[in-house]
Design a protein around this ligand. Structure first.
Ligand SMILES: [Zn+2]
Length: 462
């Protein structure tokens, strides 16, 4: 120990530090070299190419070792296997796992991909906004041709969904989605309130989002603080999606029943994504058609099948452009939670909001954003001032309305403005309600305090 301490002390004295660093760097290079080059010299056995493509392992190894992009390039250019690599794998596919601090520009630079290709991908992303934000442990796959040019980029969003940008003949990229079918299980849960509702719901494994939905659906009828007492009972029917036994997404509440001081309150999820009472009366607030208090000129309409004027490839316009002068007050079109506040090369400053029910909205090219990520907003609340940020040909608001994650025409979509289930949908709704009530009134035996009982039904709808 004494010996090592002395060496350490010596290393950190003045010029000794330089010498120590050089020795350290030498050993690091030696280690890198040993790790990359198989010991073929001096052996009878000739070097044979591995049967698996070597490019991934070698490149990933380099990423581990390289501390900067320069180091990485240096490693590649001195890599004795590089020629072999090109001979073996072409076109190449690089899997990359996002680390904290990564940006698209850094990653493209690291793999020697051109800025032009990054901008072309970002241009295609403008209507989808799926490339960013980068989250640590996200998986990206880059497909390259023999010249190292980017041919495709895939991001795995979750177990069920991945998205790709694929190069087309005109040099741009087209967007593709790959979705695995999800199988669903319905479960009925019976519980008593212990302490307060929030704690009881948490113990059942409900997410904050689901607790908020229950709260929103019952508010105006039940006061959660005053009315709910210990030993009040509630029942839920929840639906969980899974792929190969692994849960996908959040638990969805389909039906709920609260018995509060002897009175029963119920709510049911209709196929339009909104909650209604037993008689089909709406419990989900309606949406605003316009994201502004005045109706501005539509400078570019929604068009899911728009073709690019030059390349002729599909380049949809997923929102509607409103000719708002810079500084126009922009409104939340529903009640919800801000899920993203960000900036994009082409979309400019933008906001994404998740509304109650299956709805969501995006607001692009903003000048000033007045809300924060995670903030709850109310329908009609001013959330931003419109602007001219990103790539635009003039000041405007690009407004998108999404239903279950799919963009729809905000000007013509059937949005919840009605206050009850339409009469032609009542038979379907009533049949579902009868089934849910049956599930909630027949929980398995032994439904004591906070014991969840499950009765499952499989269904295969995606
Ligand atoms: Zn637009």
């Amino acid at each position: 120990m004494q010996f090592f301490r002395r060496i350490l002390n010596w290393c950190f004295q003045g010029q000794h530090a330089w010498f120590a660093s050089i020795v350290a760097v030498f050993f690091i290079f030696l280690w890198v070299y040993k790790a990359l080059v198989p010991p073929s010299e001096g052996h009878e056995k000739p070097f044979t190419l591995p049967s698996k493509p070597v490019v991934n392992t070698i490149r990933q190894h380099n990423i581990e070792v390289a501390k900067s992009d320069q180091d990485y390039n240096a490693l590649l250019s001195t890599d004795p296997l590089q020629q072999v690599e090109q001979a073996v794998v072409s076109p190449a596919s690089i899997e990359y796992v996002i680390k904290s601090g990564d940006t698209l520009a850094k990653i493209f630079n690291r793999f020697g991909l051109s800025k032009e290709s990054m901008y072309a991908v970002l241009e295609a992303d403008q209507e989808y906004l799926v490339l960013e934000p980068l989250l640590p442990n996200d998986k990206f796959t880059f497909k390259l041709d023999a010249q190292g040019q980017l041919q495709g980029l895939t991001r795995r969003l979750d177990i069920s969904k991945s998205v790709s940008f694929v190069r087309h003949g005109s040099g741009g990229f087209t967007y593709e989605e790959h979705i695995k079918p999800i199988s669903y299980t319905q479960t009925s849960i019976h519980s008593k309130i212990v302490g307060n509702f929030y704690l009881s719901a948490k113990k059942l494994g409900l997410s904050d989002n689901n607790i908020l939905i229950i709260h929103d659906v019952l508010k105006g009828r039940v006061n959660f603080r005053k009315d709910l007492r210990a030993n009040d009972e509630f029942d839920l029917v929840v639906k969980n999606g899974s792929i190969d036994g692994v849960q996908v997404g959040d638990t969805q509440i389909e039906a709920l029943q609260f018995v509060v001081q002897g009175k029963t309150y119920r709510a049911f999820l209709h196929s339009d994504g909104r909650f209604y009472d037993q008689d089909g009366k709406s419990l989900t607030p309606a949406l605003l058609r316009w994201p502004t208090s005045k109706h501005y000129r539509i400078s570019s309409p929604f068009n899911a099948n728009r073709l690019h004027p030059i390349t002729g490839h599909r380049a949809p316009h997923n929102g509607v452009d409103l000719a708002t002068p810079v500084g126009t007050k922009i409104l939340a079109t529903g009640d919800g939670v801000v899920t993203r506040v960000a900036s994009h090369k082409y979309a400019g400053k933008y906001i994404v909001i998740d509304y109650t029910g299956p709805y969501g909205a995006r607001y692009l090219h903003l000048n000033k954003i007045l809300v924060k990520k995670g903030q709850k907003v109310k329908r009609g609340q001013v959330i931003a001032l419109s602007g001219n940020t990103g790539r635009t040909t003039g000041a405007h608001l690009h407004y998108e309305l999404h239903v279950r994650g799919r963009p729809v025409n905000p000007m013509t979509a059937k949005i919840p403005t009605a206050q009850s289930v339409p009469s032609e949908q009542m038979p379907e709704y009533e049949a579902s309600v009868a089934r849910w009530i049956d599930m909630m009134s027949h929980p398995s035996s032994g439904a004591g305090t906070l014991s969840a009982t499950k009765s499952t039904q499989d269904s295969d709808q995606a």
